[in-house]
Write a protein that binds this ligand. Structure first.
Ligand SMILES: [Fe+2]
Length: 323
């Protein structure tokens, strides 16, 4: 176990050390409700670059090429929505410990459950202060991500949330779940739980929706090849290509299938406990620029709409087992 590596070369041991602080150390997967399941699978297993791992009549799980754990669960619903966001915890014992902490803080949590969904393991589910269903997962079956196609996503990178209550979300994710706020800009702040600069980011807004979900690619060339596949499939870039300030990552955003706000990213800055958080003054962009290069321009109107319109479901969601 101690010798397992993730795709950025960080050992499991160092990730687990981070987890002692954060209690979670990665964004594992996101469950989406989609209106047209078959077409959604065609999109994610087609131009987006994932592959089908398991399916039921009403759900499909997709993984990174060559990896064993799934990144996306797609479930047939009447509207496009986020059903659940799943983060990794170090162990079943860590889940039990976190359950007690959350209960002490007044969060309604169920028991630590044995999961029957693909990969199995243990799960602890609860809702964040705005009703988003979150699950912490431990001991699910997986290998280190060793993608066999270097132009396809390797893993989930980060989840970005819109909220009218940024202080409340900061208190929950940083306080109750142990994330560290690493940078603040005029528009958002970034939360860290492992060697990646950020795994969650929070955008003050007038809605409690998904801002976007980012997939990590192996590098600049893979991002560009992904853009090419998306163009072939009729999806133009909604924002990018550019390089962000905080996180220093390359980005290309799309209003994807059913308007899901998705990002290809690469070269995410790797940090550790010594990283000095940056205040708003550090991240004031140059006038007229939206990225470090000055190449990105502003997001399209379609992209801005996508970044606000996908809600989190209030459904008591349970991921079905793979048949
Ligand atoms: Fe992003």
């Amino acid at each position: 176990m101690a010798s397992m590596m993730n795709n950025s070369g960080v050992t499991m041991k160092s990730l687990q050390e981070s987890a002692q602080r954060a209690f979670v150390y990665a964004l594992r997967s996101v469950q989406f409700g989609v209106m047209d399941l078959a077409a959604a699978v065609d999109f994610f297993a087609g131009p987006w670059g994932l592959e089908v791992m398991a399916r039921t009549p009403s759900s499909v799980y997709l993984r990174a090429v060559g990896a064993s754990g799934y990144l996306i669960g797609l479930h047939k619903r009447d509207k496009t929505e986020v059903l659940r966001a799943d983060f990794r915890a170090a162990s079943r014992a860590a889940l039990e410990e976190r359950r007690a902490v959350l209960q002490a803080q007044g969060v309604h949590v169920g028991d630590v459950e044995v999961l029957s969904e693909p990969g199995g393991g243990y799960g602890l589910s609860f809702r964040d202060p705005e009703g988003r269903l979150i699950m912490l997962v431990a001991d699910d079956a997986r290998d280190a991500a060793e993608a066999t196609r270097n132009d396809a996503p390797l893993k989930l990178s980060h989840l970005v949330l819109n909220t009218p209550q940024p202080d409340v979300l900061e208190k929950f994710y940083a306080g109750a779940l142990g994330f560290r706020v690493v940078d603040r800009t005029r528009k958002m702040f970034f939360l860290n739980c492992n060697s990646d600069h950020h795994t969650i980011a929070v955008v003050p807004s007038d809605v409690s929706t998904l801002h976007h979900l980012a997939f990590e690619m192996s590098g600049f060339d893979a991002v560009m090849r992904g853009i090419g596949r998306m163009r072939d499939a009729g999806f133009s870039i909604g924002w990018g290509v550019g390089r962000h300030g905080p996180g220093n990552n390359i980005f290309a955003y799309f209003s994807g299938f059913e308007g899901l706000p998705l990002e290809y990213t690469a070269e995410v800055q790797q940090i550790d406990e010594t990283y000095a958080p940056g205040a708003v003054e550090k991240w004031v962009p140059q006038p007229g620029r939206n990225d470090q290069w000055g190449a990105a321009g502003p997001p399209s109107k379609e992209m801005k709409d996508a970044e606000h319109s996908v809600p989190f479901s209030s459904e008591a969601f349970v991921a079905p087992p793979a048949s």
